[in-house]
Design a protein around this ligand. Structure first.
Ligand code: ATP
Length: 300
C-alpha cells in the first residue's frame, strides 16, 4: 500500500463541566463529546523520514514540523510498534484552528488510523486509544467519533446512544483562543468570585435528550463551564450567542474553549435559515451548517 487517506470529524462539547483545579494542574471534567460533519482529511504516504504538509485556508496557522499533532501521533505509533517507520503526511484542513473543535486532536487520530493501515500494523482500537490518551485529552474521543461522555481529564470514554440526527450551525470567529489561557481565565474568574467549585456531574436531562433525539431539550440543557472565560477573553462572543438565540436557535453555546459558537436547530432547513440569518447579521467570520453524530476516522 503506497498511501492511505482518512477523513476525520470535528467535535462540539454538549456539556463541559469543569471541576476544581487538581494538584497536577489538570481539572476533573465531565465532557459530553459529539462528532459533527466538518472534516479534515489526512493522507499518509510511504516515505523514509516523517514529514507533514498542511493545505487549506488556515494552513498558515498550523505547524509543519514535529509540533504538529499528526506528526507526534505517527511517531508515537512507530514507537509503540518498536520500529522507525517513515511517513509523509498531508493534512487538508477544514476544521477551524484553535477553534474549540479539537482539529489538532482529530488530525492526530486520523494519523494513527492512517499509519496503522499504511504500515500494516493491524493494531486494535484499544491499543490506538492508549496511544491517543498520551497525545492529549481530546484525542481518544477523536478516534471514537459518535457521541460519548468523557471523565477524568476527558479521556475515559463511554459511548452514548443517540436517537436521531441533530442539526447544527457553527459561527467561526477570526483568530483562535488558546485552550490553556481559557482554563487559566476560568480558574481566575472562579477565584475572584469566591466560587466553591463542585465535582463535575453529567446532566441526566442532557443524556435523556440525546437518547430521545430531542433537539429542544438538548438546546436548553447544553452547558459549558468554560464559556464565561471564553466570553471574557473575547467579548464579541456574547453578541454572536445572543444573535443566534434571537434568530431562533434552540440552544447556543461556545464550543469547548472557543471561540467557535454552536447553535442547535430543529431541522436541516431550520439550520440553513439560521445560518443565512447569522451570516446577514455579520457576527462571524464564517457560518457553517453541519449534523451529528457522525462516525470517527474513516478510510476513504
Ligand atoms: P481543543 O478543542 O482540543 O481545545 P482547539 O480546536 O481549540 O483544540 P486546535 O485546532 O486543535 O485547537 O489547535 C490548537 C493549536 O495546536 C494550534 O494553534 C496549533 O498551533 C497547534 N497544532 C498542532 N498540530 C495541529 C494540527 N494538526 N491542526 C491544528 N492545530 C495544530
Amino acid at each position: 500500500m503506497n498511501s492511505v487517506t482518512v477523513r476525520v470529524p470535528a467535535k462540539v462539547n454538549l456539556q463541559l463541566a469543569v471541576g476544581p483545579l487538581r494538584e497536577d494542574g489538570y481539572h476533573d471534567l465531565v465532557n459530553v463529546f459529539h462528532a459533527v460533519s466538518i472534516f479534515d482529511e489526512v493522507t499518509a504516504a510511504a516515505e523514509t523520514g516523517v514529514s507533514v504538509r498542511v493545505e487549506g485556508e488556515t494552513a498558515g496557522q498550523v505547524p509543519e514540523d514535529d509540533d504538529n499533532l499528526a506528526v507526534r501521533a505517527a511517531r508515537a505509533l512507530a514507537g509503540h510498534a518498536g520500529r522507525s517507520y517513515g511517513v509523509g503526511l498531508v493534512i487538508r484542513k477544514a476544521i477551524p484552528v484553535a477553534g474549540g473543535m479539537a482539529g489538532g486532536s482529530a488530525d492526530a487520530a486520523a494519523a494513527l488510523v492512517a499509519c496503522n493501515e499504511l504500515w500494516g500494523l493491524g493494531l486494535p482500537l484499544d491499543d490506538l486509544l492508549e496511544i491517543a490518551a498520551d497525545l492529549g485529552s481530546d484525542v481518544p474521543f477523536a478516534l471514537l467519533g459518535g457521541t460519548a461522555v468523557g471523565t477524568g481529564r476527558g479521556e475515559r470514554l463511554t459511548r452514548l446512544e443517540v436517537g436521531g440526527t441533530f442539526h447544527w450551525v457553527f459561527a467561526l470567529a477570526d483568530g483562535g483562543l488558546s485552550t490553556g489561557r481559557v482554563y487559566a481565565e476560568c480558574d481566575r474568574l472562579r477565584a475572584a468570585g469566591g466560587e466553591r467549585v463542585a465535582r463535575p456531574r453529567v446532566s441526566g436531562a442532557l443524556l435523556a435528550a440525546l437518547r430521545d433525539g430531542d433537539a429542544k431539550t438538548l438546546g436548553a440543557e447544553m452547558a459549558n463551564d468554560l464559556q464565561p472565560a471564553a466570553v471574557t477573553l473575547r467579548p464579541s462572543l456574547a453578541r454572536t450567542l445572543d444573535a443566534g438565540r434571537d434568530l431562533g436557535a434552540l440552544g447556543a453555546l461556545v464550543s469547548g474553549s472557543g471561540p467557535t459558537c454552536a447553535f442547535v436547530a430543529d431541522s436541516e432547513a431550520h439550520a440553513r435559515e439560521l445560518a443565512a440569518a447569522l451570516t446577514a447579521e455579520g457576527v462571524a467570520r464564517d457560518v457553517v451548517v453541519a449534523h451529528g453524530p457522525v462516525p470517527g476516522p474513516t478510510v476513504v
